[in-house]
Design a binder for this molecule. Sequence first.
Ligand code: SAM
Length: 181
Amino acid sequence: MRRFAVVLVHYPVLGRAGETLTSAITNLDVHDIARSARTYGASAFYLVHPILAQRALVDRIVEHWTTGSSAARIPTRKRALELVRTQASLADVIAEFGPSELWMTSASALAQQTGYPDARAILESEGPPVLLLFGTSWGLAPEVTALATLSLPPLAARVPSGFNHLSVRAACAIILDRLLG
Ligand code: SAM
């Protein structure tokens, strides 16, 4: 079984017009994705943000829920938030987590997709760790997806509904369950 971490990227990500921008960290993402990451056995949940004040915001949330008053009130949430890490860049995540395969996700099809059953088998095999990347705003920028070791297919209904732009929280939970559930 490969060691893996979930990575939520806030820069570089795409904006509405396809420009590259930096998105703001959302408190909900921190809690929800940490709970999914803990549920499915991730070694860590990284939030990537170039702005120190944004990373400090996450560090304060984590401190509140792991050592502060809420840790005593809701111990189970503490177990989830203990996975949370912040780094300024994807390169810094790799420097900390170690050389890893980079697996991409997107609501739109990326090049050379690997289906979920095959990706699941790779995760269950021996080999380098995996960083499972999720975007924010309008998705991961091309300079990130170009680094892909593997790209997962977009989640979509078996019967096309004409819509598949899930929240990153929902997409992460579904993808983790497809890979590890
Ligand atoms: N238009 C963007 C895209 O194509 O990914 C939607 C971005 S969505 C708000 C933020 C992130 O959630 C995406 O970068 C991706 O990681 C994930 N995501 C959202 N919908 C998804 C889907 N249908 N399949 C796979 N991942 C999805």
